[in-house]
Design a protein around this ligand. Structure first.
Ligand SMILES: Nc1ncnc2c1ncn2[C@@H]1O[C@H](COP(=O)(O)OP(=O)(O)O)[C@@H](O)[C@H]1O
Ligand SMILES: O=c1ccn([C@@H]2O[C@H](COP(=O)(O)OP(=O)(O)O)[C@@H](O)[C@H]2O)c(=O)[nH]1
Length: 235
């Protein structure tokens, strides 16, 4: 096994699959299955999930919402996705707890590092919901923060592209994939791996990021067992 403790960031937008909005059951089930398989190996898994499939604070602003309210709506959207994922992991026969950045009992327990580590010892996957709890941040930043806090060995960014490219592969067919690069290279080449706040947090705290395609069944297992897929970004 390559990693014993991971922080998995799942994009809310990827959860839509081919739908226009919300949660696609097939994608959700595939995520849950992959997570359960890896948890069964004894890997300790913290998960931060986005909310872009339901609501993004910035898009609220264009509709006339106050930014802070919009961001709070976005953070609540991540809680909705987290509950769906918890339910799907349980449906697949696994064990998962939801922790929230702000008080929300009985929806989830208030997040603390200690509670997450205790959950790991009891064999639970820890879904850490509600972003950072603060507006003007993203779930990328929340995943960097929680990853550093829980002392994960790597931040696995599961998304719908299979790594970091010389340009956005969804827009530029000639883009070439990197197998590995440093934080400095990614920064200088202005490659969109994560937003800069998240990126800096990882770099300063020496938390490597591995970007990989989570929408292909079995990929999470490959990553955790050390098969070289995706792109590794490190110091
Ligand atoms: N240099 C790049 N390498 C890889 N993906 C990129 C790059 N630039 C932009 N992207 C885009 O970033 C997306 C992945 O980021 P992610 O945060 O998971 O998506 P979202 O912002 O939709 O939640 C991809 O769908 C891809 O189109
Ligand atoms: O710490 C956080 C995390 C998220 N958000 C809000 O939640 C929304 C959904 O998160 P994100 O866009 O990161 O989700 P993803 O792109 O991964 O679907 C964001 O647009 C923000 O409005 C926030 O305000 N603070």
């Amino acid at each position: 096994m390559k990693y014993k403790r991971i922080l998995l960031k799942l994009s809310g937008e990827a959860l839509m699959g081919d739908d226009k909005y919300g949660i696609n059951t097939q994608v959700l089930t595939s995520y849950a299955k992959q997570i359960k398989e890896v948890a069964d190996l004894g890997v300790e898994i913290g998960i931060v999930i986005g909310g872009g499939n339901i609501f993004r604070g910035l898009s609220g602003v264009s509709k006339g919402f106050d930014r802070v309210k919009g961001d709070q709506m976005g953070m609540l959207a991540t809680v909705i996705n987290s509950l769906a994922l918890q339910s799907a992991i349980e449906g697949a026969g696994g064990k998962a707890k939801v922790f929230t950045a702000t008080k929300m009992e009985p929806v989830g327990e208030l997040y603390t590092k200690a509670k997450v580590l205790e959950g790991f010892q009891q064999g639970y996957v820890a879904i850490i919901a509600g972003g950072t709890g603060n507006p003007f941040f993203t779930t990328d930043t929340a995943s960097a923060l929680r990853g550093v806090e829980i002392e994960a060995e790597v931040l696995l960014k599961g998304t719908r592209v299979d790594g970091v490219y010389t340009a956005d592969p969804e827009k530029d067919k000639k883009a070439v994939k990197f197998d590995e690069l440093t934080f400095t290279e990614a920064y200088e080449k202005k490659l969109k791996v994560m937003d800069l706040t998240a990126f800096t947090m990882c770099s300063e705290n020496n938390l490597p990021i591995l970007v990989f395609d989570m929408n292909t069944l079995g990929n999470l297992m490959k990553v955790v067992t050390g098969e070289r897929i995706g792109t590794l970004v490190k110091n």
